[in-house]
Ligand binder design. Structure first.
Ligand code: UD1
Length: 387
């Protein structure tokens, strides 16, 4: 069975990693049913610190195909991805393509697969901000409605899909145990007729990655020493969303907010290349207490987060990592897809922030059990060997 993964932006390299490891594990245990894993990198992110560093640090194999699409307007970028990915898919003819998250690489890859009838599995299906001004929201909705397997990270994601009319809920939309198939449960309700879609609650692959990486980060990262930071004595900031940086007034408002907080403590700001370009033209400047550094690899970023006193971010991944590590987070947006983090109050939306957090416990099961990737791969085994 051949599985093609399409990745292209920083968070997708991270999400692909546990899935690729789960495939290797599956192949070791089931050599007769080997999954062939073909990796396609669209080239949406191309700077060393946005791309190759993740391959190096996680030990991810070299992509079989590199589409080299680079930057451009949404139309240009998505269009190039469709054109180039289609060529690869027609040549490789995989049994399944896997796309991740909500970027233009996710949308372009899914569109290239949908018309030649290659089933699509969407990792991180069902997330919604209910704000169509975000390019990511448009990408999510379209990809979900093209996909055969909607792999949800949480109950909320399943509910969002049922609200949009998806009815085919695997195991009633409940999180299913890893041994679900091997215990003789049938998959009669799944058939391979093209056009069917199945909503599956697998848990969050980002939680898999965090559990894997945190010990390694603790042992190996020297980022605190490098930046001469004392644990608990600095804030962390990341910003990259179009809604925050494409409008100079919004960016300048955030700069003012961060500057105020930076009076108490240093702010460490690994700056996204997109933000760096736009910041060059902003009239309002960050104070000297905001330390702008290059984007970090995953392990260093995790260490920076774990030892920070507070994080301000518009990244989806970082909001959850803060929640799992019990670090207070201000989400620099008016809404979030990760509503569980808000319920516990570890995460507060920027518009609601009143200067303090009163967090309650983290619900350890909100985003699964750290075996989302194995669950994803176990589904593939069942479908392609018994149908
Ligand atoms: C993209 C995703 C977003 C995801 C984010 C993670 C879309 C619509 N958005 O946003 O969902 O959360 O990635 O980072 O797909 N650039 C560089 N070097 C790079 C990458 C980008 O200089 O390695 C610059 C380019 O000028 C580019 C701009 O940053 O035009 C924006 O990059 P783009 O690929 O459009 O998406 P992101 O803003 O990173």
């Amino acid at each position: 069975m051949k599985m093609t993964h399409i990745v292209g932006a920083r968070p997708q390299f991270i999400k692909y990693f546990p899935v690729s490891e789960a495939i290797k594990k599956f192949n070791r245990h089931n050599p007769e049913k080997c999954i062939q894993d073909v990796l396609v990198h669209t080239g949406q992110h191309y700077d060393y610190n946005m791309s190759k560093i993740f391959f190096d640090k996680f030990g991810i194999k070299e992509p079989g195909y590199h589409l080299g699409v680079g930057s451009g307007t949404h139309g240009e970028q998505t269009g190039k991805i469709i054109q180039q990915a289609e060529k690869v898919l027609l040549k490789e003819r995989p049994d399944l393509i896997v796309v991740y998250g909500d970027t233009n690489s996710t949308l372009g890859g899914a569109l290239a697969a949908a018309k030649p009838h290659i089933p699509i599995a969407h990792v991180e299906a069902g997330l919604r901000s209910f704000n169509k001004a975000m390019p990511e929201e448009i990408n999510r909705i379209l990809v979900d409605h093209m996909s055969t397997f909607l792999l949800c990270p949480s109950k909320t994601a399943v509910k969002n899909l049922t609200d949009e009319g998806f009815r085919n809920l695997f195991n009633d939309g409940k999180f299913f145990p890893l041994n679900y198939f091997t215990e003789g449960k049938d998959v009669k309700d799944i058939n391979k007729d093209y056009g069917n879609s199945f909503v599956m609650n697998v848990g969050d692959v980002m939680y898999d990655v965090l559990l894997y990486a945190i010990d390694i980060a603790e042992k190996e990262s020297v980022i605190l020493e490098q930046l001469q930071l004392v644990s608990g004595n600095y804030y962390l900031l990341t910003l990259h969303r179009a809604e925050n940086i494409d409008h100079v007034e919004r960016l300048e408002e955030i700069i003012g907010f961060v500057n105020d907080l930076s009076k108490d403590k240093t702010v460490i700001f690994p700056i996204h290349p997109r933000t760096k370009k736009i910041y060059r033209d902003a009239k309002r400047r960050f104070t000297e207490n905001v330390n702008k550094i290059e984007p970090m690899d995953y392990f260093d970023l995790l260490m920076l987060l774990k030892n920070s006193d507070l994080v301000m971010t518009d990244s989806g991944g970082l909001q959850k990592e803060a929640y799992w590590l019990e670090i207070p987070c201000i989400t620099m947006r008016n809404e979030t897809e990760w509503v569980e983090t808000i319920k516990s109050s570890w995460n507060v939306l920027y518009k609601d922030y009143n200067g303090s957090h009163n967090p309650t416990d983290v619900n350890g099961t909100d985003y699964g059990d750290g075996k989302a990737a194995e669950r994803i791969v176990s589904i593939r085994d069942k479908l392609w060997t018994e149908n």
